[in-house]
Design a protein around this ligand. Structure first.
Ligand SMILES: CC(=O)N[C@H]1[C@@H](OP(=O)(O)OP(=O)(O)OC[C@H]2O[C@@H](n3ccc(=O)[nH]c3=O)[C@H](O)[C@@H]2O)O[C@H](CO)[C@@H](O)[C@@H]1O[C@H](C)C(=O)N[C@@H](C)C(=O)N[C@H](CCC(=O)O)C(=O)O
Ligand SMILES: Nc1ncnc2c1ncn2[C@@H]1O[C@H](COP(=O)(O)OP(=O)(O)OP(=O)(O)O)[C@@H](O)[C@H]1O
Length: 483
């Protein structure tokens, strides 16, 4: 593709310069100077930690044929295209470079604090089971043409999305859309056929100034719906209800999900023993025997079911798929020990997710519920006290331990755990900082019928070394539980 073509996409109108562009052929795009190769355009982004404009020379040394950036820069060896917003520009030119790969697919964006990953995988499972091939972008991995690719973010930017989708034969794309992605224009330019809102609760207040700001960020997804697009919203959620009423005033077609009687897809009844979920859809009763546990997962099921039905999946096909869905890696994964103790590894790391995870664990716990968790360093510390209060109330005993420390020192995190425990906890707690020793202690003291719930990391690899030679919570349970 010729450089002039991409420059035109950016409405590049700087006097005189447009005509001076050589007939350069662009061979690739990158916003990482390290990845630039001969003939690439380098897009300089001012980030949260570094400024891509400082790496322009590096990109040119690596072979950049042109640079896009926001700052006024002159005297480069290659053409420089100044734009108002580099992140938006990256999306725009990548759309054109890869020939608009999202345009011939049904696009589904899922946002919300909790449940995005579970709902995405379940929806993909339903669609794949009913004749649609489905790509997925999310926090655990990206999947295109059935092949899995590693991911660094919940939502990659449009360049990464376009790069993967340019080879995709999938009919549908299900995408988790984080509030970070929406504020950083990572999906700017995509128009969605369906936009889903799972819920909104306390998280990321280190990034957003307030819950209102956080909501505003999530709401952007719904401005990106196609004219005939549809929203699917959990209207039991306070913010979901606000969103639905805003969309109603804009005449956006909305499917409401929830326990309340007015919901389009209503969670009419849920019992854990026997396993039974009753949904009602326009007064029709839909009976499901899900493998998933917990009321929160019934919401995820209702969201996925409601969306699949809008896409055209018949009710019976959707139910069969839901009943065969085993869940997602690292989300409420059960491991039964020979001692009769049940261990559960779950990804809950917000107060609301903890509340639901503990309640779901109760559903299958005959004895004591032992909870083990910690807090990520450098991540929203304002949610920690609430998480301890919830655990102290809903568990029979709990162990505070380390999660990823990030840049926080072990002594600082230990002090913080002790201080938080004194302020928000109760007598049921212990602090054992080494996560593997904490899991060993829980397993050693648990009795038949007890349940150990380990939250925060799911199947993510441990960031730091611990006493026992294991790399994640599941491995720790298998190793220490003698399996
Ligand atoms: C705080 C944040 O959101 N950071 C995201 C952001 O990176 P950044 O702005 O910090 O980048 P930076 O390090 O300052 O670098 C700025 C620019 O200089 C460039 N650079 C830098 C060094 C160099 O040698 N050469 C070079 O070109 C970088 O490539 C970049 O383009 O833009 C990057 C590219 O899109 C993201 O990968 C990165 O996500 C980081 C990994 C991250 O941890 N993000 C979290 C907070 C996040 O976004 N989380 C949400 C999920 C939330 C949820 O699910 O609940 C997500 O969507 O993942
Ligand atoms: N609908 C829900 N409501 C409340 N909590 C939920 C819901 N669904 C899942 N959870 C809890 O949140 C945890 C994370 O679930 P999931 O990965 O599906 O959400 P997510 O939105 O993708 O999270 P993240 O953005 O942190 O990756 C689960 O392990 C579970 O404890």
């Amino acid at each position: 593709m010729e450089l002039i073509e991409l420059a035109n996409i950016l409405d590049f109108e700087q006097e005189g310069t447009l005509g001076d562009f050589p007939d350069t052929i662009v061979k690739g795009l990158s916003y990482r100077s390290q990845d630039v190769q001969e003939g690439y355009i380098f897009v300089a982004i001012k980030g949260y930690h570094q400024d891509g404009h400082n790496y322009i020379e590096h990109a040119i040394e690596n072979g950049a044929c042109a640079v896009v950036g926001e700052k006024p820069i002159t005297g480069l060896k290659v053409p420089y295209i100044q734009v108002d917003n580099s992140r938006k520009a990256l999306g725009l030119i990548s759309d054109h470079f890869y020939d608009y790969p999202t345009h011939n697919k049904t696009l589904i964006g899922i946002t919300g604090t909790n449940g995005k990953t579970t709902t995405s995988f379940l929806l993909r499972h339903i669609l794949e089971g009913n004749g649609y091939s489905c790509a997925l972008f999310g926090s655990t991995k990206n999947i295109v043409n059935g092949e899995s690719f590693a991911t660094a973010n919940t939502t990659p930017n449009l360049l990464e999305i376009n790069r993967l989708l340019s080879k995709s034969d999938d009919d549908v794309v299900v995408m988790e859309v984080s509030s970070h992605a929406l504020t950083q224009y990572r999906v700017e330019g995509i128009t969605f056929d369906y936009a889903l809102f799972t819920n909104l609760s306390h998280d990321h207040l280190d990034y957003h100034d307030s819950m209102e700001d956080y909501f505003e960020a999530k709401r952007k997804l719904f401005d990106m719906l196609k004219a005939e697009g549809q929203a699917v919203i959990n209207t039991d959620d306070y913010w979901g209800e606000q969103l639905a009423s805003q969309l109603e005033s804009q005449a956006v077609s909305t499917v409401s999900i929830g326990e309340n009687a007015a919901s389009d897809v209503r969670i009419a009844e849920y019992t854990s023993t026997p396993r039974q979920l009753l949904l009602t859809e326009k007064h029709e009763r839909v009976s499901i025997e899900p493998k998933l546990y917990g009321l929160h997962n019934m919401y995820n099921i209702a969201m996925a079911y409601g969306t699949a039905r809008q896409i055209g999946v018949d009710s019976r096909g959707a139910v069969e798929s839901i009943e065969s869905f085993d869940g997602v890696e690292g989300r409420f994964n059960r491991i039964e020990l020979e001692s009769g103790v049940t261990c559960i590894v779950d990804y809950a790391h917000t107060p609301d997710a903890l509340f639901h995870s503990l309640n779901a664990a109760r559903e299958l716990c005959e004895g004591d519920l032992i909870h083990l968790f910690g807090f990520r360093g450098d991540r929203d510390p304002s949610k920690r006290g609430e998480m301890i209060s919830i655990s102290s109330e809903l568990s029979d005993r709990y162990i505070l331990t380390f999660d990823d420390l990030n840049s926080v020192s072990p002594s600082e995190m230990e002090e913080s755990l002790i201080r938080l425990q004194e302020t928000y906890g109760n007598e049921k707690a212990k602090v054992i900082t080494d996560r593997t020793l904490a899991i060993a202690e829980a397993i050693k003291t648990a009795e038949k019928g007890d349940c150990i719930l380990i939250t925060g990391k799911g199947l993510e690899k441990y960031q730091q070394d611990y006493h026992h030679p294991v790399h994640n919570d599941k491995e720790a349970v298998l190793y220490l539980g003698g399996i």
